[in-house]
Design a protein around this ligand. Sequence first.
Ligand code: CA
Length: 221
Amino acid sequence: MRLLLVEDDLQLSQSLSKALKREGFSLQTVSSGREAIVSLEFDPIDIVILDLGLPDMDGLEVLKQIKVKKITCQVLVLTARDQLSDKVKGLDAGADDYLVKPFEYAELSARIRVLERHLSHREQPLLQIGELSLDPSGHVAFLQGKDLELSKKEYMLLKALMESIGRIQTKESLEAKLYDYGEEVMSNSIEVHIHHLRKKIPKGLIKTVRGIGYTIKKGLN
Ligand code: CA
């Protein structure tokens, strides 16, 4: 499940990000409407948590762009109590749910679970490269039908790579997907996880792009 958090309140964004990652969500955060639209166009996002009061544009404008560009994702709108009428506008504009600020994290988490269930009914496609497959709904990866028994970080790493086959993932973007904000990350930790992951999947599948990051190939040929 890939989440995009669009929130310009840095403190709120950081605390939500930390809590969501702890629950195992793969999460990206942005703080403006423009960045949100770019992320949505280029990355596969399942659920967008969208603040309406953004510095560069109204969150409803982001919502409109999602519909115009026919981006498939669930949208959970965050709105301040004094913008209650926006809430109604948000739902009219195609938001799937809304939450009034301030809210308890547990409430947000519960709403995300509901959206997640909606999505799982649509069934998340299996990610596949030859005989290697990763099932995002089951949080499990297989090689020739056999469970790869990946650690949580190895799984998240493989998922991040397989979600954008053929595209380069920088070391920094992988770190952001694997670790919480503020969490201590050793400078070589991605290399270490890649090293372990490589031993479990077909040789040569993960390619190192020197000085930049990693990419996973479409196949071995
Ligand atoms: Ca705001």
